[in-house]
Design a protein around this ligand. Structure first.
Ligand SMILES: CCCCC/C=C\C/C=C\C/C=C\C/C=C\CCCC(=O)SCCNC(=O)CCNC(=O)[C@H](O)C(C)(C)COP(=O)(O)OP(=O)(O)OC[C@H]1O[C@@H](n2cnc3c(N)ncnc32)[C@H](O)[C@@H]1OP(=O)(O)O
Length: 205
């Protein structure tokens, strides 16, 4: 069986992707440790600030970095859902399925908590907005989100595999209709319907 084609950038094991994976671990570890931890937080703050200082000293100008971010035709590497260069991305890795839909599996931890032990509704909305956007891209007719309607059927668990799916279902002129869902243990936790308008802002040059 051949692997499903990638629609988002698979993280590499070295370079910035590895540093970003470490940063995600730091975010989770800080939240896990919390205010009553015996860890030396003042020292940790100094260390983290010195890492950030080093990164800033070696970063390109922001305008140049924006051009770089939008130079690729296939995947974005910086976005807050799938981006291997973005430490706030879970990240979600999406692949194309033969039926035209897109699919990814991820497990969310403490940084994404809303209700006790469950995923924040805004995080579910973020995942679905992006997955619907990637489904539109895959269908060859991308657009900007004009409306996103979510139904929260049941709480979405942390610490368990979640399956995110999306597909473009109709296009009428510039109006694109796209649906998606987040499932856990085979049950739909959140479903989404989106209206997208075929338009994109110019890329930085
Ligand atoms: C260049 C592509 C980039 C490629 C990069 C390379 C690799 C990328 C690879 C993968 C990335 C894949 C996917 C990306 C993933 C996720 C994308 C995230 C999506 C977003 O995160 S995106 C940010 C949030 N999004 C906004 O920030 C939109 C703000 N907004 C606007 O920018 C305008 O508002 C707009 C554009 C929506 C419409 O403006 P407009 O001027 O173009 O169109 P206009 O108003 O003429 O409407 C035309 C017809 O749509 C109807 N219509 C319009 N809006 C409607 C609404 N809300 N409800 C119901 N109907 C509506 C009208 O009623 C009319 O209908 P009719 O023709 O029948 O009269």
């Amino acid at each position: 069986m051949t692997a499903a084609p990638d629609l988002t950038s698979a993280p590499r094991e070295d370079g910035v992707d590895a540093a970003v994976a470490a940063a995600r671990r730091v975010i989770e570890s800080l939240l896990r440790a919390g205010g009553s931890s015996t860890a030396e937080m003042d020292r940790i703050a100094d260390q983290l600030n010195s890492v950030a200082d080093h990164l800033d000293e070696h970063a390109p100008e922001r305008d140049q970095r924006m051009v770089d971010m939008w130079a690729r035709e296939d995947f974005t590497r910086h976005d807050p859902v799938t981006g291997p260069e973005n430490a706030i991305a879970p990240p979600l890795h999406l692949t194309a399925r033969a039926d035209g839909s897109v699919r990814g599996v991820l497990t969310l931890g403490l940084p994404y908590q809303g209700p006790p032990g469950h995923v924040h509704g805004g995080i579910s909305a973020l995942l679905l907005d992006h997955a619907l956007g990637v489904a539109n891209h895959r269908a060859g007719l991308p657009g900007m989100t004009a409306e996103l309607t979510l139904r929260y059927h049941r709480p979405t668990p942390l610490f368990e595999p979640l399956t995110v799916t999306a597909r473009q279902v109709a296009a009428d002129g510039r109006k694109i209709r796209t649906t998606g869902a987040i499932e856990a243990r085979g049950e739909v936790c959140v479903s989404a319907e989106g209206l997208f308008i075929a338009k994109y802002l110019p890329r930085p040059r």
